[in-house]
Design a protein around this ligand. Sequence first.
Ligand code: EPZ
Length: 421
Amino acid sequence: MDKFIIEGGIPLNGEVHISGSKNAALPILCSSILADDICTYTNIPALRDISTITEVLSTLGMGIERPCNGCIVIDPRTTSSYEAPYELVKSMRASILVLGPLLAKYKKAKVSLPGGCAIGVRPIDMHLKALTKMGANITLSHGYVMAFTEGLKGTRIVFDTPTVGGTENIMMAASLAEGTTVIEGAAKEPEVVDLAYALIAMGAQIDGAGQSTITIDGTPSLSGLEYRVIPDRIEVGTFLIAGAITKGDLILKDARADHVVAVVDKLLEMGVAINQREDGSLHVDGKHDLLPVQVDTVPYPGFPTDMQAQIMALACITPGTTSITENIFENRFMHVPELVRLGGRLEEKGHTVIVQGVEQFQGASVMATDLRASASLVLAALNARGLTEIRRIYHLDRGYENLDQKLVKLGARVRRERGGL
Ligand code: EPZ
């Protein structure tokens, strides 16, 4: 398995292009199942998770072509299977996003239950309950979700707590259901909104995406489309922190500032200088003293759980006491012991981690455990005195496109070593 060797203590400087959003691309690629014609997507990041979902769609019999960098062309007209196998789903929970579209379009689906992942059990009970209310017959058998329907019907769905994937699955299913579906307690993430815009481009009737109540009037069919997905807001947040943690000076091109307001506000509170330039790019100047803050992860538009590990790395080299509380997932502190190995002073207290700032991280050998934990370790390594070895970097390759190359272009000393344990 690949590892990174990083020599830290070097301020990053220069321009970085933000890639397309993984968490927008995944549901949007699944929505092609609903289409009657060719779907062309651009700004799709080259990531392992994207390869996995296109493999799932190919397993369903759909035609997949990659005519250029960042483009994917899907032909749904050759769909011949309705089963997403365990071998693929086990490696990526988002594969469950084929369930709603398959049921809506073909009235049947067999999708492996997603394995839990490092950050928690991550059930899909809210997805299944909502689809059942829309007229799906769902049973769980031998680790698979077996689902069929005489035809999905629009209804009122109330989510007790926001679920991004649940909102996306139901929005896709409702687009071809008979009648009107109202989703209350919907997730408001930009990726949900981007999916809604893609569905509307296919002819879906959707109102209210981005708010807590979304109304979908089902249509008999949906056309193909050409669509460009939004930039990745978590990559934006990660590079803002890279600028801060190395006391560097970065320009983030193709960033959507309106998608990262909570992250920018929190970093400004910490003393990081961030501004938006005329051309829309984001400028971060990390040469200012940092101040401790309190961070609570909450659903969008609040501070995102996907930035929790990254801001924890910055908190480790912020003088004073910072507290970080994870309210979305039950086990998203796998990066804590690794940050301790790098010299961080952290103490877990239930869902909260108390961080006492130190001067600088110290290089060490550490292990990546999940996608955003890996990003946190890279950020810490970029700050650290000496060399850091980060093993199992495949976690990072799931969600960051060419991160090592982007960092090297900014002056970082990062080397990828292939193979090994
Ligand atoms: C999406 O996951 C993202 N993944 C996650 O990003 C992100 O952390 C998460 O939303 C929260 O923002 C993609 O978009 C592909 P949820 P999702 O359904 O949809 C519980 C990354 O790093 N829940 O909003 O799986 C669940 O266990 C990834 O890019 C149920 O209990 O998240 C969790 O505690 C990690 N039952 C909470 O709700 C359900 O039926 C939020 O989950 C569904 C969810």
